[in-house]
Write a protein that binds this ligand. Structure first.
Ligand SMILES: *Cc1c(COP(=O)(O)O)cnc(C)c1O
Length: 390
């Protein structure tokens, strides 16, 4: 017999598990399903990164435990990366922590920064882990609505005073999943000012920081002068270098916050396999041609999809970053109804906006991380099979 604690039963089942169940049952029925639901890049990890892993696999010293905070070479590479791309100085010893994927770090960071019943401010719609990890840490999530009229940026002045008072952490995520919205330094400055005034730590999820288009360069929140007083930024190699399965990311910024995260983590995991950390070094410090090349592929896919959506009368902004399109559900449908309709009429999975929070109602997310040919097929079906109007 096993009785789940409330901490676990409170957690809504992970969105993508449900979508995967739906997908499997359709495939069993013989439907040729095209999954534009999940955000896992289809492109291969670039060869120079894989080759470094193979090299490091020949060195038996690499088979031991890595240091809790990650090996120094990795932390130095992250510091070098921040200097090169953002002109931000980081001390690799105290201001950089290796993560087993940024999701791991994000989830443990909540445990590392709140007491039971503290409030966590999170973007809605947003990456589901912010909310679920808050439940697991006995915290109370508070949704900051991301509205189109505010360019999908939270309006701090709308957060009730009691919530601000009880808040310990605020999550931000730009370029954003699912909204594909971006934030400029002026917004980050505002966020830092708000956090300093209210003693809230900012956790900026920068998973798509390097997945940007048309010359747009996403800033780091640490470019704000006082940011290190209040902010931690979570980085991931998963999306930039298509290394999702490798599980490698990093947290940088405020040293006390990182110290607390390190205490939690060192009692739960013993860092990532050294050859993976070292291959990640190669990814971070090498020429970034592969990133430009992959971003160009996403950009072209995005163009084709945006054109198709326009043709059938669906509104969507042109993203500057991420590999998502955040599109408006046509009149007469809820997000769920429309996603079901698309699936029934075309066999294409899109994610209803409400999967990312109540303020996702009225939207759906299309992921462009599927092979171009499949995407073209999906576009063809959307153009020819979807009939709007009730
Ligand atoms: C994919 C994703 C992550 C997690 O990335 P990993 O480093 O693979 O754990 C975090 N945040 C957002 C918004 C993501 O889309």
């Amino acid at each position: 017999m096993f009785i789940k604690p409330r901490r676990v039963t409170n957690v809504p089942s992970y969105l993508f598990n449900e979508i995967n169940r739906k997908k499997r049952s359709l495939i069993e029925k013989g439907v040729d399903v095209i999954d534009l639901g999940i955000g896992c890049p289809d492109l291969p990890t670039p060869a120079h990164i894989v080759n470094r892993l193979l090299e490091e696999m020949k060195e038996p010293d690499n088979f031991k435990y890595a240091g809790y905070n990650g090996c120094l070479e990795f932390r130095e590479a992250v510091a070098q990366f921040y200097k090169k791309h953002f002109n931000v100085d980081l001390d690799p010893e105290t201001e950089v922590l290796a993560l087993i994927g940024s999701k791991e770090g994000i989830a443990h960071f909540i445990t590392a920064s709140i007491d039971p019943n503290d409030v966590v401010l999170l973007p809605d719609p947003g990456y589901p882990t912010y909310r679920t990890a808050t439940y697991l840490a006995d915290g109370i999530p508070y949704s900051m609505p991301l509205l189109r009229e505010n360019q999908f940026l939270p309006d701090f002045s709308m957060i009730p005073a009691q919530k601000v008072e009880k808040a310990k952490v605020m999550f931000l995520n730009y370029p954003g999943n699912p909204t594909a919205a971006v934030a400029d330094l002026e917004f980050f400055q505002k966020a830092v000012d708000f956090s300093r005034r209210n003693r809230i730590t900012i956790a900026h999820d920068a998973a798509y920081q390097m997945v940007t288009f048309d010359g747009y360069k996403a800033p780091s929140i640490l470019q704000v002068k006082e940011a290190k007083e209040v902010a931690v930024e979570f980085g991931s190699l998963s999306k930039t270098y298509t290394m999702t399965g490798w599980r490698i990311g990093y947290a940088v910024g405020n040293r006390e916050a990182l110290q607390s995260l390190s205490i939690v983590k060192s009692n739960i995991d013993t860092s990532q396999f050294l050859p993976i950390q070292k291959a990640a070094v190669t990814a971070l410090v090498s020429e970034q041609n592969c990133v430009r090349e992959y971003n160009q592929i996403y950009r072209e896919r995005m163009n084709s999809m945006l054109t198709a959506l326009q043709e059938i009368g669906i509104e969507a902004d042109t993203p500057k970053g991420s590999f998502f399109i955040w599109a408006t559900v046509p009149e007469g449908y809820t997000s769920n109804e429309f996603a079901s309709k698309v699936l029934e009429q075309t066999g294409v999975i899109v994610t209803p906006g409400t999967a990312f929070g109540e303020y996702g109602e009225g939207y759906f997310r299309i992921s462009l991380s599927v092979p171009t040919k499949r995407l073209q097929e999906a576009i063809h079906r959307i153009k020819t099979k979807i009939t709007l109007g009730v």
